[in-house]
Unconditional design. Structure first.
Length: 331
């Protein structure tokens, strides 16, 4: 239970395409990919123990059965994703160095100036693996019982409501800022170093609301310590059964999720991208794999490279505007 809670909490921190980076626009690399793979494959990812690492390890454990080669996980957590991104951006486009990361990999350059890779130019999209929506929760002392009432309360008391965020640029942070922008309300950000201290203050009433990962906040909802108002996905989520969406209950068009995907270096041949996509999608959409992702607070997607590229493009545009308008910067 503790491991599942830690993994689910990491999904919340999340949190993380132009044609030049998409599989459909790749220039074939040298070689035809025949005989691939004939040596171990490396998946570069973030810090050990988090939701990104969890995704990478599930993929790494399952692929050898069909690829016939060992798949190793290389944890490179420096800079919140910068080191992992730089490592794969500079790697040979031969299918032997891959990247598993959240949408934070393309959000980081919007937050920081010292990111050397270009998220659209330097990575080929292979597959969007999973997504993790948040749940908008409030302390029971807050009178609002739905999104419309929360918006009305925030407008009636500008600057008096606070929201907890666990990591700058993470899904719970950006989800709250998107909510503020779309609703036209002034809710004050209170940053925390992780979701555990954020939950402590939320439950005690020191802060009033949070956009929290479903798996980690559900026990507090069931115990009555927190009240759930809505889920942040575009459609109702099985991770929050019976709970309406933010979009359907007050803010049409609202959507905020942490996304987790598989990338290859730019210029990886379409042949290799297609092969990797097929193997990964078949793996993660197995019933047993879906159950493992679900237990960690994520829903399996298993997209095509082109669908993943389109999601990246739209996500960068949405969060780029939110980040610019709110003046968000990461150290």
């Amino acid at each position: 239970m503790l491991l599942a809670y830690r993994i689910a909490g990491a999904f919340a921190l999340g949190i993380v395409f132009s044609c030049s980076g998409s599989a459909s626009a790749q220039t074939p690399a040298s070689g035809t990919g025949q005989g691939y793979p004939n040596k171990p494959i490396r998946i570069v990812t973030g810090d050990p123990g988090g939701g990104i690492d969890f995704t990478a390890r599930l993929i790494a454990q399952g692929l050898p059965a069909t690829l016939g080669q060992q798949v190793v996980v290389d944890n490179r957590g420096g800079g919140g994703g910068i080191l992992a991104g730089e490592t794969v951006a500079k790697a040979a486009p031969d299918g032997y160095t891959l990247l598993v990361y959240s949408n934070n990999i393309w959000i980081l350059p919007l937050l920081r100036k010292n990111v050397s890779y270009d998220p659209a130019r330097d990575f080929a999209t292979v597959a969007l693996v999973s997504r993790a929506p948040n749940i908008l929760v409030v302390n029971p002392s807050v009178s609002a019982t739905n999104v419309q009432e929360l918006i009305a309360l925030a407008k009636a008391k500008p600057g008096e409501l606070n929201y907890a965020q666990g990591a700058t640029g993470g899904s719970n942070h950006l989800g709250a800022e998107l909510f503020k922008a779309m609703a036209g309300v002034n809710i004050v950000e209170v940053p925390y170093k992780g979701v555990t201290p954020a939950f402590t203050d939320l439950i005690s009433g020191r802060v009033q609301l949070m956009f929290a990962v479903a798996a980690s906040v559900t026990p507090h909802i069931k115990s009555g310590k927190l009240r759930a108002l809505a889920v942040t996905s575009a459609q109702p989520s099985p991770l929050a059964p019976g709970l309406p969406t933010v979009a359907a209950t007050g803010l049409p068009g609202y959507e905020s999720e942490a996304l987790f995907g598989l990338f290859a270096p730019a210029q990886t041949s379409r042949l290799l991208v297609t092969r990797l996509n097929r193997e990964v999608v078949q793996l993660v959409t197995r019933p047993d794999m879906k159950e493992k992702f679900f237990a960690a607070g994520a829903e399996v997607i298993g997209s095509s490279p082109e669908q993943f590229a389109a999601v990246r493009t739209a996500d960068m545009a949405r969060w780029g505007k939110v980040i610019r308008d709110a003046g968000i910067k990461a150290d």
